[in-house]
Design a protein around this ligand. Structure first.
Ligand code: SF4
Length: 249
């Protein structure tokens, strides 16, 4: 395969992202996801159909053009959808970005465990941001449509063993993931991990509801309230003593 034949299925690209990893980032959202989270804010990225094919050359060119803005911390985040569904093609992309000395971050739902995905997680990505969708197997399935809690734990453990930095992200969904036992599970499962740099608590909100409706699908969390600032702060304070850094968004 020639270099120019290498392509990724891209949903969209954000040029000055500040929410998906450290510093200023070029965020590449890939099309397609293996989960169907009830709260998904980008329901239009779930389907494998759609998106546009973009060559690795084009993505690398955009990243190199943005290098002056990245500074010490920034770089490229590959997000989605679920980016590791396209792991095989991400390997040459990440290698080329590394050759350009551009920091790479993969934002994953932590449920893809192919050999290519594992190579990215354990060896190639400078940073990995793993979602923790739920802390129990039935809860994981209820919220995402699949029970992949064990896979998530295994992939996080793989990253920890590789002695490379990673973040965890946890969406606080009222009635689903915000109970004390959920927080206790996070503490008992991950607080001893040495390479876990940051735990991010993401509030649940309904910003993506209109996308479900535009796709002709019912938004199932219509009656779920958004978190209060007080609740988020209490959760942050509960978790904070147990982790190197806890950030509530
Ligand atoms: S993993 Fe992310 S993109 Fe996939 S359905 Fe869940 S929230 Fe949406």
């Amino acid at each position: 395969m020639t270099e120019t034949a290498l392509q990724l299925k891209v949903h969209s690209i954000e040029s000055f992202g500040t929410h998906d990893g450290p510093g200023i980032r070029l965020v590449v959202f890939l099309q397609g996801c293996n989960l169907k989270c009830l709260y998904c804010q980008n329901a239009d990225t779930i389907k494998n159909e759609g998106g546009q094919l973009m060559s690795l050359d084009e993505i690398v060119r955009r990243a190199v053009n943005m290098k002056p803005y990245f500074g010490q911390k920034g770089g490229v985040t590959i997000s989605g959808g679920e980016p590791l569904l396209q792991s095989k093609m991400l390997i040459p992309l990440v290698k080329r970005l590394k050759a350009e000395r551009i920091h790479t971050n993969i934002d994953t739902n932590a449920t893809i465990s192919t050999p290519y995905a594992k190579e990215l997680i354990s060896e190639l990505a400078d940073l990995v941001m793993f979602d923790i969708k739920h802390t129990t197997e039935p809860g994981f399935e209820e919220l995402t449509g699949r029970n992949e809690l064990k896979t998530a734990i295994e992939l996080i453990s793989l990253r920890e063993k590789s002695q490379k930095p990673y973040w965890l992200r946890y969406v606080l969904v009222p009635g689903y993931t915000n109970k004390p036992e959920h927080l206790q599970w996070l503490i008992s499962e991950f607080s001893a991990n040495q390479y876990l740099e940051r735990l991010e608590i993401l509030p649940y909100h309904k910003l993506g509801q209109y996308k479900w409706e535009a796709l002709g699908e019912k938004y199932q969390l219509e009656d779920t309230p958004e978190n209060t600032r007080e609740e988020i702060e209490i959760v942050r304070q509960t978790l904070d003593p147990h982790f190197r850094e806890v950030v509530a968004k």
